[in-house]
Write a protein that binds this ligand. Structure first.
Ligand code: FE2
Length: 405
């Protein structure tokens, strides 16, 4: 990471400026990454300070014993039900079933991508207009309000090569969903969606060859790419009545909690709330997206990387809430249970991310079965053993989720 925000590091960075910087890359590469169980236990310990939290040996996932002491033993199912109830009560955006919302979510997503194309084209031609972006933000937020999981899982369901436009839409979805889950008023949720759409708008003023290069950038090129937060601010300043948090997200999404970011090298509380969040969401989408020079990292590994970097590059509380929102096994993930059954995660569990809703599709012998929706928070099933790549898993996640692309 750059130590001096005004002079580039002597180390090369990847061509894509939106990629997390070397410390994160190191964490996702050579350094051990928190496994899902450790991540979940760490999160739970913070919320339930008087609870014993231990990994079950019986194959039923994470067991929780509330209150502590012998009296609490054996009450794990009760606690799991309680957590599930809390989840339903606190997590917004489940008014419509996932499969029912999917077509609308796809339309909202595609409309937002089209708006990004228009906005970036207009900016590139020196006549930046962002009018349609407000409609795009509204469409995304309305979909999230009907079912928060639909839009959150879409990026992993589609193999697209227009990251330049989809990245803004993905970050917009993450920011708006986070605002919703945090209980922010709708006006604020819309502002966060708009902030996500526009956070990288200044990149359109950089040579495309730099953004998509498969080689390491020179120091001069790095310096040029690192100008994009300021370029974004300059463009956004030309729009009338734009909320300051939209501009702050663009300006601060490459700032880092420990002061190692750019363009100003801000640290700690000097970075705004939306800046902290934009940094996490931008890094999550960059790491978990397919790019010409790298494959996507599994979502649960991406979250493990971000979690390990909390209090270093990222604001701790923001990362912890973000992980809860996305879910350690996000919707659309293909998982194998410890007893060999395979299925697709169809709803996350905000309170206990290790116990999502899973639609089982293959039995332990690999034979297709009548899809069975299994609520791991309430049913006595074995825990998740591992996450599988779609290829070779025998399961089509789009079909399981009812997505027609
Ligand atoms: Fe960026």
């Amino acid at each position: 990471m750059l130590k001096d925000s005004h002079s580039p590091s002597s180390r090369s960075i990847p061509a894509d400026n939106s990629l997390p910087k070397p410390d994160i890359e190191a964490a996702s590469g050579s350094s051990p990454v928190l496994d899902p169980h450790s991540l979940a236990v760490s999160l739970l310990k913070q919320e339930y300070k008087k609870a014993y939290v231990e990994l079950a040996r019986s194959g039923s996932g994470v067991q929780l014993y509330s209150g502590g002491g012998d009296a609490a033993k054996g009450s794990s199912m009760l606690v799991r039900r309680m957590l599930h109830t809390e989840t339903g009560a606190t997590l917004p955006g489940r008014r419509v079933p996932l499969r029912e919302e999917m077509p609308s979510a796809v339309r909202a997503y595609d409309f937002a991508v089209a708006c990004m194309r228009e906005a970036m084209a207009s900016a590139g031609q020196g006549r930046f207009q962002g009018g349609a972006a407000s409609d795009a933000a509204l469409g995304l937020v309305e979909s999230l309000e009907r079912n928060i999981d639909a839009l959150l899982c879409l990026p992993r369901m589609q193999q697209r090569d227009d990251y330049m436009y989809t990245h803004g839409v993905n970050v917009a979805t993450l920011l708006a969903a986070y605002a919703m889950v945090s209980g922010k008023p709708r006006r604020k949720v819309l502002i966060y969606a708009l902030a996500g759409l526009f956070h990288d708008i200044g990149k359109v003023l950089l040579p495309a060859a730099l953004l998509n290069a498969r080689r390491q950038l020179s120091i001069t090129e790095q310096t040029l790419v690192m100008r994009h937060p300021m370029l974004s601010c300059d463009l956004l300043a030309t729009l009338p009545d734009l909320h300051s948090e939209v501009i702050m997200a663009a300006l601060e999404h490459h700032e880092r909690y420990d002061g190692s970011g750019y363009p100003k090298g801000l640290s700690g509380d000097a970075i705004s709330d939306v800046g902290h969040l934009a940094a996490v969401a931008d890094s999550y989408d960059a790491l978990s997206s397919h790019r010409p020079y790298k494959g996507p990292l599994f979502p649960h590994k991406t979250l493990g990387v971000l979690y390990q970097m909390r209090q270093k590059q990222f604001h701790s509380e923001t990362v912890e809430k973000f992980v809860r929102m996305v879910g350690i096994y996000p919707v659309g993930s293909i998982v194998e249970l410890k007893d060999g059954y395979r299925g697709v995660v169809t709803a996350s569990n905000y309170t206990n991310p290790m116990l999502p809703l899973v639609t089982l599709a293959l039995d332990p012998q690999g034979t297709a079965m009548c899809p069975h929706e299994c609520d791991m928070a309430t049913e006595a099933v074995s825990g998740i053993a591992r996450c599988l790549p779609p290829e070779g898993s025998g399961i089509d996640p789009c079909r399981a989720l009812g997505i027609v692309l």
